[in-house]
Design a protein around this ligand. Structure first.
Ligand SMILES: Cc1ncc(C[n+]2csc(CCOP(=O)(O)OP(=O)(O)O)c2C)c(N)n1
Ligand SMILES: [Mg+2]
Length: 811
């Protein structure tokens, strides 16, 4: 085992008051866990997961956590959060009860389960708060180890703020890059690839992260022997350890989780090295326990052997902390008992207030609907049954809001035959309808707001600036258009950093950033390892700290490696904090129309379904792509831009205003006007579809071609509907599998925009085959849509509509 020999503990004992205040917090936190668990078991809350058994470690961490620092952790961190004052007990219990009010539960507004912490980083108007004056916590998430990728960026931001001149003035986010990013993770979660990928990236970048591993020997019921090589994380991690002064790698510490003075010492040393020299550390804290088991979902007595349970009792960190205080004479039994009884009363008190605050609005809503039911009942011929609904509802001590809504709806169903102004029940029924509609709208806001940015920094607010051309514009390659766009962006926007595989030295595999590393430095335009999930995590962390990353995933097919983090973290971030956090990440990738199973995929349906909360843009050429990048840089919504691979080597006229042109999101463009059929597509398929319209025209079919341009958001002005109104026929085309993004477009136009009323022919979709694209030109031709197939599909629609005019071609 790698066990750094610690020097003799510094004489902490003179810090009498601080130690007792730590003990007070440790005990407070434990009471919060115990009482929280009781609340779940008594049915007042649904689920509880707590930080019991990990208190002392977090008190040591809190001692070195300074304003400006960031935490990216998981559900065991309540003691740290309480110690820093980032939550109070009222907020702790409010989250346990799922109190859906950001005033009471500021982390997530009741949207995440308990112990999912987050500080509000932005003001209600969307502006950033001053992070240098706050203790900052990026919003927790449940998938194990998913807190790690963004730790890369949270830590790297300190390095950028320290070393990049143009960022020096951003004191709202950094004080000379002195900030530490603290990651916390459970032992079992370290078996996830995300952990190793993040640890490696942090080590390579040499950025000030302190990763704490809480090793309680288990991941729910699974002991370390089934999870970790050599059963020991410190051993597994030993290769990461820096061997001598100034070397690459980590300071690696192994320390017992109940040894307060040793923990205080370790965190002091780790923090000093991180702050001064940006040296990362991993602190493996072992001999931790779970006094209450993993969560309220089960009891650990079922799977932990007797000896382990005995060990956990004896080595409970709070118990050992108390023993140490007594042994050192810092306090006596009575003094500690006194603290304990004060804390127990405090936690109980705060819990009671939190419960009252949680229930008060619901009880008044219950009252409201109850009196509406009462009035309806006394005027309805179904009075008896309505009274039953009402008394059932009133007998619930604290109903859910869903019960209130369901009761109103049940009464409205029951009185459907009284929806008549002539009848006495009518006006009372109308009052209940009004209540139900208002209640639905309130709850839609309560649970659904902030999927996207709603304030001035929304990408939808950016003014459209079209490209402006000289009379005889230079025609340059597509990659040169992007190159000019990125050059201008790096010039005008000091917060912009770009990175990805081959982005730095090479300027990306298609040269969009060619020459820009030399111009803007290796920190602003940089290479990364092959690590898609942490490229995205890096971007999220940087964006949370006020920077403007353009991160690159080299090919669309490899986005799958990053899709989980995009989906679970980035896409949900603004929503799951109810507008409390945002990460303006621009993710760039390229795809479509190379050849081979893993180079020409188009999993667009998967992407748009998993990334609700992000914008997904599919420009057909590089001028359009530049427009989107400029739009996104003027706004704070996260977005994915998929460039067309074949576009880099095609020539486009170079706009004079490449640094200013913008393209609005959610606005399709008509590429070819026509009257007979609407062909809806995007990206690389635009060229194919345009080619097919030539063949169609030869047979007298005048097709209109619409480039969707932006899949999320989709056609906000109903431009496609207007086209359909004109043609009466529609075909959606892309390279995804059948039922993928074409089905989504069809749903948007036919169902959402109401296109079905304008159809003269059945709507159709044309996509790739359900298998992956086979290699080679023939593999491509027989796997993917091409001009021949587009022609056939469109002709088929016309043939079905008018076989006389458009006779069968192949029979
Ligand atoms: C990706 C993923 N898989 C499984 C789970 C279910 N799960 C939640 S916590 C947990 C165990 C985590 O153990 P560890 O990392 O040691 O943390 P501890 O709870 O012991 O502190 C599991 C399997 C999850 N949340 N996410
Ligand atoms: Mg564990």
């Amino acid at each position: 085992m790698v066990d750094l020999v610690l020097p003799a503990h510094p004489p902490l004992t003179h810090l009498h008051d601080e130690i007792l205040s730590d003990y007070r917090l440790a005990y407070r936190s434990r009471q919060a866990s115990l009482i929280g668990r009781r609340e779940v078991l008594s049915g007042k809350a649904k689920f509880g997961i707590f930080g019991d058994g990990k208190e002392v470690t977090q008190l040591a961490m809190a001692r070195v956590f300074q304003k400006g620092d960031f935490r990216s952790g998981y559900y065991r961190d309540q003691t740290l959060m309480l110690a820093l004052g980032e939550i109070d007990l009222g907020q702790f219990f409010a989250q346990l009860y799922a109190h859906a009010d950001p005033e009471a539960e500021p982390a997530t507004g009741g949207r995440a389960m308990n112990a999912h912490f987050a500080t509000r980083l932005i003001n209600p108007d969307g502006s950033w708060k001053n992070q240098s004056e706050m203790y900052n916590t990026s919003a927790d998430l449940s998938p194990t180890a998913s807190q790690m990728p963004r730790l890369v960026g949270l830590a790297q931001a300190s390095r950028l703020y320290r070393e990049v001149d143009v960022l020096r003035q951003m004191s709202q986010f950094s004080n000379n890059g002195n900030e530490i990013a603290y990651g916390t993770i459970g032992n079992a979660s370290c078996a996830e690839g995300l952990f190793w990928e993040s640890a490696n990236a942090i080590g390579v970048l040499r950025v000030p992260a302190i990763i704490t591993i809480y090793d309680d020997g288990y991941g729910i019921s699974v002991p370390n022997e089934y999870a970790m090589v050599k059963r020991n994380l410190s051993e597994a991690l030993s290769g990461f350890q820096c061997q001598e002064q100034g070397c690459e790698g980590y300071d690696l510490y192994t320390v017992r989780g109940w040894d307060y003075p040793a923990l205080v010492d370790v965190y002091r040393r780790a923090a000093a090295n991180a702050r001064q020299d940006h040296m990362p550390s991993i602190i493996h804290v072992y001999e931790l326990t779970q006094p209450l088991g993993h969560s309220t979902s089960g009891s650990h007595e079922r799977y932990k052997p007797k000896e382990r349970l005995e060990f956990e009792l004896e080595f409970d960190c709070n118990r050992k902390f108390r023993q140490w205080i007594l042994e050192t004479g810092i306090a006596n039994e009575q003094e500690l008992d006194q603290i304990q009884s004060e804390e127990q009363a405090l936690v109980e008190d705060e819990r009671r207030h939190a419960w009252q605050a949680f229930t008060a609005p619901i009880l008044s809503e219950q009252q409201e609907v109850s009196s509406l039911l009462e009035r309806l009942g006394s005027n309805s011929q179904h009075g008896e049954q309505i009274e039953q609904i009402r008394s059932r509802l009133s007998s619930q001590p604290v109903p859910y809001r869903r019960n209130l809504k369901a009761a109103a709806q049940e009464a409205l169903r029951l009185t459907w035959d009284e929806n008549n102004p002539e009848l006495p029940a009518h006006q009372y029924r109308q009052a209940l309808v009004a209540w139900k509609n208002r209640y639905e709208a309130e709850n839609a806001e309560r649970y659904g707001s902030h999927l996207h940015i709603q304030d001035a920094s929304s990408a939808l607010n950016v003014q459209h600036v079209g490209p402006r051309y000289a009379t005889d514009p230079l025609r340059v390659y597509g990659f040169e258009i992007l190159n000019a766009c990125f050059d201008a962006a790096l010039q005008r926007e000091p917060r912009l950093v770009a990175f990805g595989e081959d982005v730095g030295r090479l300027g990306d595999v298609n040269q969009g950033f060619h020459g820009l590393q030399e111009k803007y430095g290796t920190l602003r335009v940089s290479d990364t390892g092959i690590r898609e999930a942490t490229i995205v995590g890096q971007a999220i962390g940087l964006a949370l700290r006020g920077l403007r990353p353009i991160a690159e995933i080299q090919y669309l097919d490899y986005l799958l490696y990053a899709l989980q983090i995009l989906s679970d973290d980035l896409a949900t971030l603004h929503w799951r904090t109810r507008g409390g956090q945002k990460a303006p990440v621009i993710l760039r990738t390229r795809g479509h129309r190379l050849e081979g199973i893993w180079h020409s995929g188009s999993p667009m349906g998967g992407i748009i379904h998993l990334l609700r909360g992000m914008h997904v843009l599919v420009p057909r050429d590089m001028t359009r792509a530049a427009g989107f990048y400029n739009t996104l840089l003027l706004s704070d919504d996260p977005a994915l831009v998929i460039e067309v691979l074949s576009g880099y080597r095609m020539r486009e006229p170079l706009p004079e205003n490449i640094g200013e042109l913008t393209l609005p999101l959610g606005v399709p463009e008509i590429l070819r006007p026509g009257t007979d059929i609407t062909l809806v597509t995007y990206g690389a398929c635009c060229r194919i579809v345009l080619e097919a319209t030539g063949h169609l025209q030869q047979l007298g079919i005048d097709a209109e071609v619409v480039d969707v341009q932006s899949l999320l958001p989709f056609d906000l002005q109903g431009i496609i509907l207007q086209s359909l109104k004109k043609t009466g026929r529609i075909l959606f085309i892309d390279e995804d599998v059948p039922g993928g993004a074409t089905a989504y477009m069809l749903q948007q136009v036919i169902e959402f925009q109401g296109g079905f009323t304008w159809l003269d022919s059945p709507p159709r979709t044309l996509s790739s085959k359900p298998h992956r694209p086979a290699y080679g030109s023939d593999g491509d031709y027989f796997s993917k849509p091409n001009a021949d197939q587009v022609f056939d599909a469109a002709y088929d629609v016309m043939h079905e509509a008018d076989p006389g005019k458009y006779p069968a071609l192949y029979s």
